[in-house]
Write a protein of this length. Sequence first.
Length: 397
Amino acid sequence: MKPEISTAFTEVAALEDRYQLATYKKMPIVAERGSGVWLYAADGQKYLDLYGGHAVAGTGHSHPHVVAALRKQADKLLFYSNLVYSGARARAAEKLASIAPPSLAKVFFCNSGTEANENAMRMARLATGRENVITFSGGFHGRTADAISATFLGMYRELGKPNVPGHVAAEFGDLESVRRLAGDSIAAIMLEPIQSMAGVRMAAPEFYEGLRRLCDERGIVLIYDEVQTGVGRTGEWFFAGSQAGAGVVPEIITLAKALGSGIPVGACLVSETIAGHIKENDLGTTFGGGMMAMAAVSATLEAIENDGMLANVKSVEAHLRESLASMSGVLEVAGKGFLLGLRFKEKAAEIHRSLLERRIITGTSSDPNVIRLLPPLCLSKPEVDLFVNALSEVLPG
Ligand SMILES: Cc1ncc(COP(=O)(O)O)c(C=O)c1O
Protein backbone atom coordinates (compact mmCIF):
# COMPACT_ATOMS: atom_id res chain seq x y z
CA MET A 1 0.00 0.00 0.00
CA LYS A 2 3.03 2.28 -0.37
CA PRO A 3 2.22 5.50 -2.27
CA GLU A 4 3.80 5.58 -5.74
CA ILE A 5 6.86 7.80 -5.92
CA SER A 6 5.95 10.27 -8.66
CA THR A 7 8.20 12.24 -10.99
CA ALA A 8 6.93 15.43 -9.33
CA PHE A 9 8.25 14.13 -6.02
CA THR A 10 11.58 12.84 -7.30
CA GLU A 11 12.51 16.09 -9.05
CA VAL A 12 11.62 18.44 -6.19
CA ALA A 13 13.18 16.18 -3.53
CA ALA A 14 16.43 15.91 -5.50
CA LEU A 15 16.63 19.69 -5.89
CA GLU A 16 15.83 20.43 -2.27
CA ASP A 17 18.22 17.76 -0.98
CA ARG A 18 20.94 19.20 -3.15
CA TYR A 19 20.63 22.77 -1.85
CA GLN A 20 19.09 22.59 1.62
CA LEU A 21 20.90 21.39 4.75
CA ALA A 22 19.62 17.95 5.68
CA THR A 23 18.39 18.88 9.18
CA TYR A 24 15.02 17.11 8.97
CA LYS A 25 13.91 13.60 8.11
CA LYS A 26 11.18 14.45 5.63
CA MET A 27 8.02 12.64 4.66
CA PRO A 28 7.82 11.68 0.95
CA ILE A 29 5.40 14.50 0.17
CA VAL A 30 5.78 17.62 -1.97
CA ALA A 31 3.26 19.95 -0.34
CA GLU A 32 1.42 21.93 -3.00
CA ARG A 33 -1.72 23.38 -1.47
CA GLY A 34 -3.98 22.95 1.52
CA SER A 35 -7.57 23.41 2.59
CA GLY A 36 -8.79 22.90 6.15
CA VAL A 37 -7.37 19.63 7.47
CA TRP A 38 -6.32 18.45 4.01
CA LEU A 39 -2.87 18.79 2.51
CA TYR A 40 -2.61 18.24 -1.26
CA ALA A 41 0.63 16.94 -2.74
CA ALA A 42 2.12 17.81 -6.12
CA ASP A 43 1.32 14.29 -7.36
CA GLY A 44 -2.41 14.89 -6.77
CA GLN A 45 -2.69 12.80 -3.58
CA LYS A 46 -4.43 14.27 -0.55
CA TYR A 47 -3.43 13.73 3.06
CA LEU A 48 -5.46 14.05 6.26
CA ASP A 49 -3.19 16.33 8.27
CA LEU A 50 -3.33 15.59 12.00
CA TYR A 51 -0.02 17.35 12.64
CA GLY A 52 -0.56 20.77 11.03
CA GLY A 53 3.11 21.37 10.14
CA HIS A 54 4.35 21.32 13.76
CA ALA A 55 1.03 22.60 15.23
CA VAL A 56 1.00 25.72 13.07
CA ALA A 57 -2.16 25.20 11.01
CA GLY A 58 -4.56 25.94 13.88
CA THR A 59 -7.17 27.53 11.63
CA GLY A 60 -6.56 24.80 9.04
CA HIS A 61 -4.60 25.21 5.84
CA SER A 62 -5.11 28.48 3.96
CA HIS A 63 -8.23 29.54 5.86
CA PRO A 64 -10.13 31.88 3.46
CA HIS A 65 -10.55 34.63 6.08
CA VAL A 66 -6.80 34.65 6.82
CA VAL A 67 -5.87 34.53 3.14
CA ALA A 68 -8.22 37.44 2.34
CA ALA A 69 -6.77 39.53 5.19
CA LEU A 70 -3.21 38.85 3.99
CA ARG A 71 -4.09 39.75 0.39
CA LYS A 72 -5.66 43.00 1.55
CA GLN A 73 -2.69 43.90 3.75
CA ALA A 74 -0.15 42.93 1.05
CA ASP A 75 -1.78 45.39 -1.35
CA LYS A 76 -1.33 48.21 1.18
CA LEU A 77 2.01 47.72 2.97
CA LEU A 78 4.14 44.60 3.51
CA PHE A 79 6.22 45.93 6.35
CA TYR A 80 7.33 48.75 8.52
CA SER A 81 9.04 48.36 11.88
CA ASN A 82 8.03 49.47 15.38
CA LEU A 83 9.38 52.96 14.71
CA VAL A 84 5.94 53.87 13.39
CA TYR A 85 2.41 53.20 14.57
CA SER A 86 0.27 50.81 12.55
CA GLY A 87 -3.44 50.13 12.47
CA ALA A 88 -2.75 46.45 11.75
CA ARG A 89 -0.49 46.22 14.83
CA ALA A 90 -2.86 48.14 17.08
CA ARG A 91 -5.78 45.89 16.09
CA ALA A 92 -3.77 42.67 16.56
CA ALA A 93 -2.57 43.76 20.02
CA GLU A 94 -6.09 44.77 21.05
CA LYS A 95 -7.59 41.53 19.76
CA LEU A 96 -4.97 39.40 21.51
CA ALA A 97 -5.42 41.28 24.78
CA SER A 98 -9.21 40.88 24.51
CA ILE A 99 -8.99 37.07 24.59
CA ALA A 100 -6.12 36.87 27.11
CA PRO A 101 -6.62 36.42 30.86
CA PRO A 102 -7.58 39.95 32.03
CA SER A 103 -4.34 40.49 33.98
CA LEU A 104 -2.23 40.01 30.81
CA ALA A 105 -3.14 43.06 28.81
CA LYS A 106 0.21 44.05 27.25
CA VAL A 107 1.97 42.36 24.35
CA PHE A 108 5.45 42.20 22.83
CA PHE A 109 5.49 40.83 19.28
CA CYS A 110 8.41 38.86 17.85
CA ASN A 111 8.81 36.18 15.19
CA SER A 112 9.00 32.71 16.72
CA GLY A 113 8.56 30.61 19.82
CA THR A 114 12.20 30.54 20.80
CA GLU A 115 12.37 34.34 20.58
CA ALA A 116 9.22 34.73 22.65
CA ASN A 117 10.79 32.56 25.36
CA GLU A 118 14.11 34.43 25.26
CA ASN A 119 12.29 37.74 25.66
CA ALA A 120 10.11 36.35 28.45
CA MET A 121 13.18 35.24 30.42
CA ARG A 122 14.83 38.60 29.82
CA MET A 123 11.76 40.43 31.11
CA ALA A 124 11.72 38.24 34.22
CA ARG A 125 15.39 39.06 34.86
CA LEU A 126 14.75 42.77 34.36
CA ALA A 127 11.72 42.71 36.64
CA THR A 128 13.37 40.81 39.48
CA GLY A 129 17.03 41.83 39.20
CA ARG A 130 17.82 38.10 39.48
CA GLU A 131 19.44 35.86 36.87
CA ASN A 132 18.51 32.23 37.17
CA VAL A 133 15.62 30.27 35.68
CA ILE A 134 13.99 27.00 36.68
CA THR A 135 12.57 24.89 33.86
CA PHE A 136 11.59 21.20 33.79
CA SER A 137 12.96 17.92 32.60
CA GLY A 138 11.06 17.04 29.42
CA GLY A 139 10.26 20.67 28.55
CA PHE A 140 11.16 22.10 25.13
CA HIS A 141 11.58 25.86 24.70
CA GLY A 142 13.43 26.42 21.41
CA ARG A 143 16.84 26.33 19.79
CA THR A 144 18.43 29.76 20.34
CA ALA A 145 21.06 30.03 23.10
CA ASP A 146 19.00 30.91 26.18
CA ALA A 147 15.95 28.85 25.16
CA ILE A 148 17.97 25.73 24.34
CA SER A 149 19.80 26.12 27.67
CA ALA A 150 16.37 26.03 29.32
CA THR A 151 15.48 22.84 27.42
CA PHE A 152 16.16 19.74 29.48
CA LEU A 153 14.94 17.25 26.90
CA GLY A 154 17.06 14.65 25.15
CA MET A 155 20.10 15.97 23.31
CA TYR A 156 18.91 19.55 22.80
CA ARG A 157 20.79 21.18 25.67
CA GLU A 158 23.94 19.37 24.62
CA LEU A 159 23.51 20.81 21.09
CA GLY A 160 23.44 24.30 22.56
CA LYS A 161 26.82 24.06 24.33
CA PRO A 162 28.29 26.24 25.72
CA ASN A 163 25.01 26.81 27.55
CA VAL A 164 23.84 30.09 29.01
CA PRO A 165 24.58 29.83 32.76
CA GLY A 166 21.96 29.84 35.48
CA HIS A 167 19.50 27.28 34.10
CA VAL A 168 18.39 24.52 36.46
CA ALA A 169 15.84 21.75 35.97
CA ALA A 170 13.11 20.48 38.30
CA GLU A 171 10.91 17.41 37.78
CA PHE A 172 7.66 18.16 35.94
CA GLY A 173 4.73 17.52 38.27
CA ASP A 174 6.91 17.37 41.40
CA LEU A 175 6.44 20.55 43.41
CA GLU A 176 8.97 19.54 46.04
CA SER A 177 11.72 19.40 43.40
CA VAL A 178 10.85 22.99 42.42
CA ARG A 179 10.75 24.20 46.01
CA ARG A 180 14.28 22.86 46.60
CA LEU A 181 15.63 24.97 43.72
CA ALA A 182 13.57 28.13 44.24
CA GLY A 183 16.15 30.20 46.11
CA ASP A 184 16.92 33.93 46.10
CA SER A 185 18.66 33.89 42.71
CA ILE A 186 15.63 32.60 40.78
CA ALA A 187 14.05 35.14 38.43
CA ALA A 188 11.56 32.82 36.72
CA ILE A 189 9.94 29.44 36.60
CA MET A 190 9.11 28.58 33.00
CA LEU A 191 7.14 25.58 31.80
CA GLU A 192 5.18 24.10 28.97
CA PRO A 193 1.95 23.55 30.92
CA ILE A 194 1.45 20.45 28.79
CA GLN A 195 4.82 19.06 27.73
CA SER A 196 4.33 18.22 24.07
CA MET A 197 7.59 16.95 22.62
CA ALA A 198 8.22 14.79 25.70
CA GLY A 199 5.19 12.71 24.68
CA VAL A 200 2.29 14.90 25.86
CA ARG A 201 2.67 15.05 29.64
CA MET A 202 0.22 16.95 31.83
CA ALA A 203 0.44 17.56 35.57
CA ALA A 204 -2.30 17.49 38.22
CA PRO A 205 -4.10 20.85 38.74
CA GLU A 206 -2.50 21.08 42.22
CA PHE A 207 0.93 21.29 40.59
CA TYR A 208 0.07 24.50 38.71
CA GLU A 209 -1.59 25.87 41.83
CA GLY A 210 1.52 25.05 43.86
CA LEU A 211 3.78 26.80 41.34
CA ARG A 212 1.61 29.92 41.50
CA ARG A 213 1.79 29.96 45.31
CA LEU A 214 5.55 29.38 45.34
CA CYS A 215 6.14 32.20 42.85
CA ASP A 216 3.96 34.56 44.91
CA GLU A 217 5.79 33.66 48.12
CA ARG A 218 9.27 34.09 46.67
CA GLY A 219 8.80 36.94 44.18
CA ILE A 220 9.46 34.69 41.17
CA VAL A 221 7.96 35.35 37.73
CA LEU A 222 5.83 32.47 36.40
CA ILE A 223 6.10 31.97 32.62
CA TYR A 224 3.86 29.62 30.64
CA ASP A 225 5.35 28.60 27.32
CA GLU A 226 2.07 28.28 25.42
CA VAL A 227 3.73 28.08 22.02
CA GLN A 228 1.81 24.82 21.52
CA THR A 229 -1.01 24.99 24.06
CA GLY A 230 -2.07 28.56 23.20
CA VAL A 231 -4.43 29.98 20.58
CA GLY A 232 -7.23 27.50 21.12
CA ARG A 233 -5.41 24.19 20.96
CA THR A 234 -6.76 22.85 24.25
CA GLY A 235 -10.32 24.00 23.49
CA GLU A 236 -9.69 27.18 25.51
CA TRP A 237 -7.84 30.20 24.18
CA PHE A 238 -5.00 29.45 26.61
CA PHE A 239 -4.07 26.80 29.17
CA ALA A 240 -3.57 29.75 31.56
CA GLY A 241 -6.81 30.38 33.42
CA SER A 242 -8.29 27.03 32.37
CA GLN A 243 -9.90 24.51 34.67
CA ALA A 244 -7.29 21.87 33.79
CA GLY A 245 -4.66 24.26 35.16
CA ALA A 246 -6.68 25.16 38.30
CA GLY A 247 -7.36 28.62 36.86
CA VAL A 248 -3.73 29.64 37.40
CA VAL A 249 -2.57 32.67 35.43
CA PRO A 250 1.18 33.36 35.06
CA GLU A 251 2.82 36.79 34.67
CA ILE A 252 3.90 35.96 31.11
CA ILE A 253 2.48 33.71 28.38
CA THR A 254 4.58 33.06 25.28
CA LEU A 255 2.94 32.27 21.95
CA ALA A 256 3.92 31.40 18.37
CA LYS A 257 3.03 28.51 16.01
CA ALA A 258 -0.76 28.75 15.38
CA LEU A 259 -0.86 32.49 16.18
CA GLY A 260 -0.29 33.50 12.54
CA SER A 261 -1.80 30.48 10.71
CA GLY A 262 1.59 29.96 9.04
CA ILE A 263 2.91 33.51 8.83
CA PRO A 264 5.86 33.58 11.29
CA VAL A 265 4.91 35.45 14.45
CA GLY A 266 5.57 35.12 18.17
CA ALA A 267 4.31 37.06 21.16
CA CYS A 268 4.71 37.56 24.89
CA LEU A 269 1.56 38.47 26.79
CA VAL A 270 2.62 40.19 30.01
CA SER A 271 1.11 41.60 33.20
CA GLU A 272 1.09 45.33 33.97
CA THR A 273 3.61 44.69 36.76
CA ILE A 274 6.12 43.14 34.37
CA ALA A 275 5.37 45.80 31.75
CA GLY A 276 6.19 48.45 34.35
CA HIS A 277 9.80 47.22 34.47
CA ILE A 278 10.36 47.35 30.70
CA LYS A 279 11.59 50.56 29.19
CA GLU A 280 12.70 51.75 25.76
CA ASN A 281 15.40 49.59 24.20
CA ASP A 282 15.18 46.79 26.78
CA LEU A 283 13.70 44.60 24.04
CA GLY A 284 13.76 44.99 20.29
CA THR A 285 13.16 43.30 16.96
CA THR A 286 13.23 44.26 13.31
CA PHE A 287 10.44 42.05 12.02
CA GLY A 288 8.28 41.61 15.14
CA GLY A 289 5.01 43.53 14.79
CA GLY A 290 5.28 43.75 10.99
CA MET A 291 2.05 44.38 9.13
CA MET A 292 1.67 41.02 7.37
CA ALA A 293 2.19 39.14 10.63
CA MET A 294 -0.22 41.45 12.43
CA ALA A 295 -2.91 40.99 9.77
CA ALA A 296 -2.39 37.24 10.17
CA VAL A 297 -2.81 37.42 13.98
CA SER A 298 -6.08 39.38 13.84
CA ALA A 299 -7.52 37.19 11.09
CA THR A 300 -6.44 33.98 12.84
CA LEU A 301 -8.16 34.93 16.09
CA GLU A 302 -11.26 36.12 14.18
CA ALA A 303 -11.42 32.86 12.19
CA ILE A 304 -11.24 30.78 15.37
CA GLU A 305 -14.03 32.88 16.86
CA ASN A 306 -16.24 33.11 13.74
CA ASP A 307 -16.09 29.36 13.08
CA GLY A 308 -16.69 28.34 16.71
CA MET A 309 -13.45 26.37 16.72
CA LEU A 310 -13.01 26.26 20.51
CA ALA A 311 -16.35 24.47 20.92
CA ASN A 312 -15.43 22.24 17.97
CA VAL A 313 -12.17 21.19 19.64
CA LYS A 314 -14.05 20.15 22.77
CA SER A 315 -16.76 18.13 21.04
CA VAL A 316 -14.42 16.48 18.51
CA GLU A 317 -11.91 15.61 21.26
CA ALA A 318 -14.74 13.87 23.15
CA HIS A 319 -15.70 11.93 19.99
CA LEU A 320 -12.09 10.91 19.38
CA ARG A 321 -11.61 9.76 22.97
CA GLU A 322 -14.85 7.76 22.80
CA SER A 323 -13.81 6.11 19.54
CA LEU A 324 -10.37 5.20 20.87
CA ALA A 325 -11.66 3.89 24.22
CA SER A 326 -12.73 0.59 22.65
CA MET A 327 -9.38 0.02 20.86
CA SER A 328 -7.33 -2.33 22.98
CA GLY A 329 -4.11 -1.34 21.20
CA VAL A 330 -4.35 2.24 22.50
CA LEU A 331 -3.00 2.15 26.05
CA GLU A 332 -3.59 5.81 26.93
CA VAL A 333 -4.84 9.07 25.42
CA ALA A 334 -3.00 11.91 27.20
CA GLY A 335 -3.35 15.67 26.81
CA LYS A 336 -6.17 18.08 26.21
CA GLY A 337 -8.20 19.27 23.23
CA PHE A 338 -6.17 18.87 20.05
CA LEU A 339 -2.83 18.30 21.78
CA LEU A 340 -3.10 14.57 22.30
CA GLY A 341 -0.60 11.79 22.86
CA LEU A 342 -1.70 8.24 21.98
CA ARG A 343 0.37 5.58 23.74
CA PHE A 344 0.85 2.17 22.14
CA LYS A 345 2.66 -1.06 22.99
CA GLU A 346 4.25 -0.84 19.55
CA LYS A 347 6.83 1.70 18.42
CA ALA A 348 5.26 4.99 17.32
CA ALA A 349 7.60 5.24 14.32
CA GLU A 350 6.04 2.09 12.80
CA ILE A 351 2.49 3.35 13.37
CA HIS A 352 3.38 6.79 12.00
CA ARG A 353 4.76 5.16 8.85
CA SER A 354 1.77 2.86 8.37
CA LEU A 355 -0.66 5.76 8.78
CA LEU A 356 1.34 7.80 6.29
CA GLU A 357 1.00 4.95 3.79
CA ARG A 358 -2.76 5.45 4.26
CA ARG A 359 -2.21 9.18 3.70
CA ILE A 360 -2.71 10.32 7.26
CA ILE A 361 -0.07 12.60 8.79
CA THR A 362 0.59 12.28 12.53
CA GLY A 363 3.53 13.29 14.72
CA THR A 364 6.01 11.33 16.78
CA SER A 365 7.66 12.59 19.99
CA SER A 366 10.70 11.89 22.10
CA ASP A 367 8.71 9.06 23.74
CA PRO A 368 9.15 6.13 21.34
CA ASN A 369 5.67 4.72 22.06
CA VAL A 370 3.65 7.90 21.64
CA ILE A 371 2.00 9.30 18.50
CA ARG A 372 1.11 12.99 18.78
CA LEU A 373 -1.97 14.56 17.24
CA LEU A 374 -1.89 18.35 16.71
CA PRO A 375 -4.58 18.79 14.06
CA PRO A 376 -6.21 22.00 12.84
CA LEU A 377 -8.92 23.18 15.22
CA CYS A 378 -11.53 22.65 12.48
CA LEU A 379 -11.07 18.85 12.37
CA SER A 380 -14.53 17.24 12.15
CA LYS A 381 -16.00 14.01 13.52
CA PRO A 382 -16.15 12.26 10.08
CA GLU A 383 -12.46 13.09 9.63
CA VAL A 384 -11.73 11.60 13.06
CA ASP A 385 -13.56 8.45 11.92
CA LEU A 386 -11.23 8.19 8.91
CA PHE A 387 -8.28 8.28 11.29
CA VAL A 388 -9.77 5.79 13.74
CA ASN A 389 -10.58 3.32 10.92
CA ALA A 390 -7.07 3.62 9.54
CA LEU A 391 -5.58 3.15 13.00
CA SER A 392 -7.60 -0.02 13.55
CA GLU A 393 -6.18 -1.41 10.28
CA VAL A 394 -2.65 -0.47 11.31
CA LEU A 395 -2.67 -1.83 14.87
CA PRO A 396 -1.83 -5.53 15.17
CA GLY A 397 -4.54 -7.92 16.52
C1 LIG B 1 6.62 24.46 23.51
C2 LIG B 1 7.53 25.06 22.50
N1 LIG B 1 8.22 26.18 22.82
C3 LIG B 1 9.03 26.79 21.94
C4 LIG B 1 9.21 26.27 20.67
C5 LIG B 1 10.11 26.98 19.70
O1 LIG B 1 9.35 27.58 18.73
P1 LIG B 1 10.01 28.05 17.34
O2 LIG B 1 10.36 26.81 16.60
O3 LIG B 1 8.94 28.86 16.69
O4 LIG B 1 11.21 28.85 17.70
C6 LIG B 1 8.53 25.10 20.30
C7 LIG B 1 8.73 24.53 18.95
O5 LIG B 1 8.47 23.39 18.68
C8 LIG B 1 7.66 24.50 21.22
O6 LIG B 1 6.99 23.40 20.92
